[in-house]
Write a protein that binds this ligand. Structure first.
Ligand code: ADE
Ligand code: ZN
Length: 336
């Protein structure tokens, strides 16, 4: 099963580039930029990656991102993630980035996006991995500030596929961002959002009806509401599920109680993702491996999850078909 998962062609659809920041690279970049960090060693820094709810995690995650300053930093961060994609047979990835985390500190929007995009371009050449970028608005900030970010993004529109909504969910409902989502869609961006991670089913309803999202990031708490589940199925929308994130943030304290299998049985379309792999204890393949073990998933289930990852990606139909055909061939040859 482990071999089957490791060699399975797959896409990753829920990944924050700032959440891929491994302590070793963080240390290296902090030294390069001559930034003092309150940790004497990589090991000490790793020990500090402790939290049991979204807000405690976010505080550490934003602190780590503060050492990123130059285009080279964003390039190195992104390329390191894409190298890991290559090793895990991730053929396509949709990468979220949080421009406000950086522009707030005086780093130019151009520095962030140019570094990330160059790494994506090189990974396409070197590994054949395709990627799209998702510009995420921080929900703890104001809608006015999100509008400012939208404005800054316009010269780089060709590099951005979609918009997202992340950070502290509770108390910051999707309705807070309705206008900036409308304006972003007018610019050609595809609307996506985190919803139902810590927030309740109402947050998911708002994301669907007010933000008109095309895919739900997390969505666990949608299962609280049968009518909502039916609506998500009717709209044929996928959920980007992140098992190890759910465990680390106590959204689902024990993977044995994770709702993934139930989602599949209900007819929902979950995908498997790593969210913030440097912080949650595993890359995407480890997420597949641990959830497979916890729920006793079959090769057929794993195949369905990987199929969802291509089918509900933002790729065009021809690219989806190419990937799904390769995946099916792999499944038929290895299902035993
Ligand atoms: N930013 C990075 N990871 C996140 C998560 N899991 N939820 C909300 N915002 C995030
Ligand atoms: Zn996330």
């Amino acid at each position: 099963m482990k071999y089957f998962i490791e060699n399975l062609p797959k896409a990753e659809l829920h990944l924050h580039i700032e959440g891929t920041f491994e302590p070793e690279l963080l240390f290296k970049i902090a030294q390069r930029n001559k930034i003092a960090i309150p940790f004497a060693s990589v090991e000490e820094l790793r020990q500090a990656y402790k939290f049991d709810c979204l807000q405690d995690f976010l505080n550490i995650y934003y602190q780590g991102a503060d050492v990123l300053q130059t285009e080279e930093d964003f390039y190195d961060l992104t390329y390191a993630y894409l190298e890991k994609c290559d090793l895990q047979n991730v053929r396509h990835t949709e990468i979220m980035f949080d421009p406000q985390t950086h522009t707030e500190r005086g780093v130019a929007f151009a520095t962030v996006i140019n570094g990330i995009s160059k790494a994506c371009k090189d990974a396409k050449t070197n590994f054949g991995i395709t990627s799209f970028l998702i510009m995420s608005y921080l929900r703890h900030m104001t809608e006015e500030e999100a509008f400012e970010t939208l404005k800054q993004s316009i010269p780089f529109k060709d590099k951005i596929k979609a918009i997202g909504l992340d950070s502290s969910e509770k108390g910051n409902p999707p309705s807070k961002f309705q206008k900036v989502f409308e304006a972003s869609v007018k610019e050609g961006y595809i609307p996506l959002a985190h919803a139902g991670e810590e927030g309740d089913a109402n947050y998911v309803w708002e994301a669907l009806d007010l933000l008109k999202i095309k895919r739900i990031d997390h969505g666990n708490n949608a299962l609280q509401d049968d009518k909502l589940v039916k609506e998500i199925i009717k709209r044929n929308m996928a959920l980007t599920v992140c098992p190890l994130s759910n465990k680390a943030l106590q959204v689902v304290p024990d993977l044995k109680n994770h709702p993934l299998k139930k989602m599949m049985e209900l007819g929902l379309k979950p995908t498997i993702n790593s969210d913030d792999p440097a912080y949650f204890g595993g890359q995407v393949n480890q997420n597949y491996i641990e959830i497979q073990e916890a729920l006793n998933l079959t090769k057929r289930d794993i195949y369905e999850l990987a199929k969802n990852s291509f089918e509900y990606s933002l790729l065009d139909d021809a690219a989806k078909k190419k990937h799904m055909t390769a995946l099916e061939e792999y499944y038929i040859s290895k299902k035993g």
